[in-house]
Design a binder for this molecule. Sequence first.
Ligand SMILES: [Zn+2]
Length: 101
Amino acid sequence: MTSEIDTVTPVDRNDDEPRRRYELEETGFMEVPARWRRFYRHWRGAGDSLAPNEVICPVCKVVIRSTRELRPGDKVYCMPCMSRMVIVVGEDGRLEAEVIF
Ligand SMILES: [Zn+2]
């Protein structure tokens, strides 16, 4: 079960260091096929916040979720808008996703 979760996550990790793991639950995100839904959620706006395993897609503003905490250099795929991005440290020190082509 655990290894299957790893193979379906759209996040491509850049190292093998231990990371905090997260259980992802369905959030009612219907824009992608069922097996991928728990990897995405809608940003709820003011008052919402990102967990260490979440990042916002700068293109479509969907929240992308990983089964482990995100780190700079991780590559992330946003299925709803088909963007590929890499995790970087933003100006405020928080993790952001930067689109790569
Ligand atoms: Zn997107």
